[in-house]
Design a binder for this molecule. Sequence first.
Ligand code: AMP
Length: 424
Amino acid sequence: MLTTRPRGTADILPGQVEKWQYVEGVAAQVFRDYGYREIRTPIFEHTELFIRGVGEDTDIVEKEMYTFQDRGGRSITLRPENTAAVVRAYLENKLYAGPQPVKLYYSGPMFRYDRPQAGRYRQFHQFGVEVFGSHHPAVDAEVMALVMDFYSRLGLNDLELHVNSVGCPNCRPGVRKALQEYFRPSLEELCPNCKNRYERNPLRILDCKTAKCAELAEAAPTTVDCLCPDCERHFLQVQQHLRDLGVPFTLNKSLVRGLDYYTHTAFEIMAPDIGAQSSVGGGGRYNGLVEACGGTSIPGIGAALGIERIILAMENRGLIPAIKAGPDVFLATAGDDPAREGFRLLAELRAAGVASDMDYQGRSLKAQMKYAAKVEALYTIILGAEEMDRGCVSLRDMTAGSQREVARQDVVKVLKELLNGCCD
Ligand code: AMP
């Protein structure tokens, strides 16, 4: 127990973490390019927020939340997703009072008590964007374009964007009626959850992962067949904007987000090669969510992308660039006085922004040189009694295998120049 992490969690070790930092760096740049600002909300929230914001009828709320009572007797939940929390923060901090739309992004861990398998964890990480305050179909297209641009900047050019419209509360009675008529003859074959959903929210049946329900849902009527004129116009405009931006997409009529506050556009991005859990991201418009969370009627749209699955898809395609993580400079010393002088020099190098390290294990000079090669240092400084007497160090270029002497007082400057690629 003490040396085992909880099921469904992962340690991101040095070697792996650099891949995360690389992906996070690209994400931050894309978000900036599209005018999004970062928001950081708590890892835990009041349980009620997710019940309202994610929806009572969802798998997340029904069976996947990490909920507990804190010492003050409050019901707290580790966030299973972050849209509800961002909506809460938008309302609590009155971001609606500033210029609209408000475009936000986040990145961080989410928690769902699901059955772990490849690409599915109990603690996983998402990037997400949310836009509040605009109905404009160009915003729907922008969010999808941003997501696809991000993947493509990582080299993931072969992912599939599936798009659908789930309509609005005006279209829902028609969808509801059509679905109830369709499922009525097979009501007994539905799973117990879906039997309940049949009356309460038949659209949710289309989201069910149970094999029998999924099979029955295959030929079910779709939301796009029941769109009201406004929703139909909005959806056509979204598609036109996507075409204008040159973003390829597939219409997928079976894509649903079966809750009332999800409206209009729904989308999902698939990487077919990463296994059963092939969805690398998804999102949609939620014009009813801000109101459901206690605000006024403010439209919104967002997307959430799974970081683990992005990295998996990149690894499968050999897209992770070589990332240098070790020190640029290793300082090898021989003898007590050179070690002390080396320690001072190390501090100077670091203060000048040169990533450097030295030996603390009492290794021989030869072993230190071996170690420097192993950690892929670009340069090694060799400092022995002889060098100290002459007021210099030996500087070894580890790539070229060449060595030269440099005056002690010039070492930092010389290395800075060499590492910045501007030797003179
Ligand atoms: P969702 O919030 O369910 O719409 O999921 C958005 C994205 O988060 C998915 O497309 C996945 O890439 C990722 N994701 C969702 N659940 C998990 C999980 N349990 N483990 C890893 N990634 C997940």
